[in-house]
Unconditional design. Structure first.
Length: 99
């Protein structure tokens, strides 16, 4: 990550004096409530047996698909990106396969 930010700072001609702010889009109140409602609804459905528990394959693919969707949202006209894989898919795979 440091190499990527250093390269971006060099291209922007910032020198060595710059700060990095990590920005994540804020959810609106509506989005937050809907996500919470959805999460609790799915959990309740699984507890009651109305919704099946996710398979091992789904548990492995879901985090990978989330990461892929995040990368797909990147849209720089020059095609230059820096992305933090804070929770790398291979770590997710290891933890799921060893369960």
């Amino acid at each position: 990550m440091k190499d990527a930010t250093d390269a971006a700072a060099k291209l922007a001609e910032l020198g060595g004096d710059y700060n990095i702010d990590y920005i994540e889009p804020e959810q609106s109140l509506r989005e937050a409530l809907l996500n919470q409602f959805r999460s609790q609804g799915i959990h309740l459905g699984q507890v009651l047996g109305l919704i099946p528990q996710p398979s091992r394959v789904e548990k492995i693919l879901d985090p990978l698909l989330d990461q892929a969707l995040g990368v797909a949202k990147l849209n720089d006209p020059r095609g230059m990106y820096s992305y933090c894989w804070c929770r790398e898919p291979r770590d997710t795979l290891k933890s799921l396969l060893t369960r």
